[in-house]
Design a protein. Sequence first.
Length: 333
Amino acid sequence: MVEETPQSGEDRLIARYFRPLATHPGALGLSDDAATLTPPPGCDVVLKTDAVVGGVHFFADDPPELIAKKALRVNLSDLAAKGASPAGFLLSLVLPETVDANWLDAFARGLGEDAHAYGCPLMGGDTDRTSGPLTVAIAAFGTLPTGSMVRRGGARPGERVIVTGTIGDAALGLQLRRDPQATARWRLDPRQSAHLLERYLLPQPRNALALALRQHASAAMDVSDGLVGDLGKLCAVSGVRADIEVVRVPLSEAGRTAVAGEASLIETVLTGGDDYEVVATVAPAAMTALAAAAEAAGVALTEIGTVAEGRGAHFFDRAGNALLFKQPSFSHF
């Protein structure tokens, strides 16, 4: 008689919290060392990975279900900007000793809710212990018709620059987390403060607009490190210049109130990052179709400038004066 090998603690953890999320048949119920993903005929697989680290991308006391959702959504945002439909993801979870069963229950519940909502099932991953901060690393996969990915390098002179949603809310929300007294300085009401804090906690990736971006945008990327820096990266790869009217950059009601109370915050708004919106370039003839698709998808779309010959992203105030920034883009290094 051969005795059955007992499960390790890691095996039990995976079976309890994460096997229910592995709904794709290629995940094999997380019973193997790898998974399989077969794209539909005539499709490419788009690959993306981002990690979130405690004390860097979120606070230690943030709700675990929102940490999970943020970790997945920052990757989904990149897939959206490329025009890809989510297909699945891998999860590497590095847990400090302080994490308990209640925390894991909430984390897995939040992750499962978003995996279902965005049609992006768990395909596999890894779990580890650490004496350092909690780290959640996700590699996400998307699919799209072969050769149709929206790259950074397609912008052309004469095109329009557009952004989705509103810019700067998450960066302002981070400042509020660090300095709650800013609420009074910026003359925010409780509803406005809550909006900014929520935008920092929980990104809203624009996957509903992925198909329209693929059909109508010439270049695109998600805005994760600040509009100024990310648009600058797009311009560098495309070999063009973008001229942006700051007054046209869309701000939420809370963002406008904060900037009105402290004018220097406009730099935080434009360079702070964590927006997880999409910046794209669009030919004039395609603007109407893209705007109609955005309206149908319930995604706000704003034209903020134009593409021209030259280099770099240039931002101008209402009087036409060029703005200079201390640090155009968030960087970990």
